[in-house]
Ligand binder design. Sequence first.
Ligand code: URA
Length: 423
Amino acid sequence: FDVVDLIHTKRDRGALSTAQIDWMVDAYTRGYIAEEQMAAMTMAIFLNGMERSEIRDLTLAMIASGERMNFDGLSKRTTDKHSTGGVGDKITLPLAPLVASFGVAVPQLSGRGLGHTGGTLDKLESIPGWRASLSNEEFYSQLENVGAVICAAGSGLAPADGKLYSLRDITGTVESIPLIASSIMSKKIAEGTAALVLDVKFGSGAFLQDINRGRELAETMVQLGRDAGVATSALLTNMNVPLGLAIGNANEVRESLEVLAGGGPADVTELTIALAREMLTLAGKPDADVEAALKDGRAMDTWRAMISAQGGDPAAALPVARETHVVTASRSGVLVDQKALPFGIAAWRLGAGRARKQDPVQHAAGIDLHAKPGDTVTEGQPLFTMSADEPERFERALEALEGAYRIGDAGDEVFTGGPLIAD
Ligand code: URA
């Protein structure tokens, strides 16, 4: 094949054959297709979309670009979840040990944050001693003995996606249903989990803001999973408002510990429980009492075992930032708006996220919210606290927050963009 012919086909709204897609992904992974040619291809896909059969072929070709893991040797069933990413989304932290406390295995291969969305590994690395990289032997033995593992995905899984995702990130081609669906599902299918629950976000802090596009993404991914023999389901959840009260790294671990201790903000707990039920249902345990496992300490025990197994000290103090800056209510009233995206960008600018892949994050940097939309506030009361190691970061974070929140009067419409979990 000639890659220029394939680009013409997609540019002119045609469909690529299985053989063409297999060839293209293989040639790109090996470096025979130039980055600028693949950039043109991804833009053509972004603008013109792909047929379901093309999305399936792209997913399978990306899986075939690397190794596949296999959990047949485990005595437990595997069940996993994936979130399309959001602001304050720390759900994996309480969820993996909660689900594993019922005797199933949760092989959670996670990533790092890029842009305004946080990364699970960055959050966990705020725990002294904890390490994200495990050998294959350590990974399998922890799955068998503890049940929950949250660690870095090796570069061997779907390497084509690794290359393609970096390219999309710098060419404005991330927010595309065929490209997101094949990217996520190639990694999850290659990972070898038997069951998978997708937390597909919509709203201002999500990749796809429109709920209908979120629904289409969810349906596309569920179909890809089922076609590959993975028991797959999806929840469509609201990312207009930050999830919980903590946005950052160490503070998100603190909030996760509250959930594991049976408390925590209502939205974080609700989503954790809903996703746990779904994961356990797919793993053949539809009657598991997940609320009881949060209240009676079983989920917390599994958390401690999971952290210790990866070198972390679950009892160690978490880092605290050198500087804080409190923003107070300018008037009394009701908090009617709190937009996820600007709060995510502000936390990123405070140092919780990274601008380039190789940059470190500052674990104690971030934002703690003291009020959520619908709450009554009085003039002078703290609305949120920003934390950073360098005080000069506060100004840039405040710029991002201009217009991000609003205090109205009792009776004004409160903007949340609908319920947390959509029908
Ligand atoms: N997460 C992924 O892994 N891939 C995407 O394309 C978007 C989110």
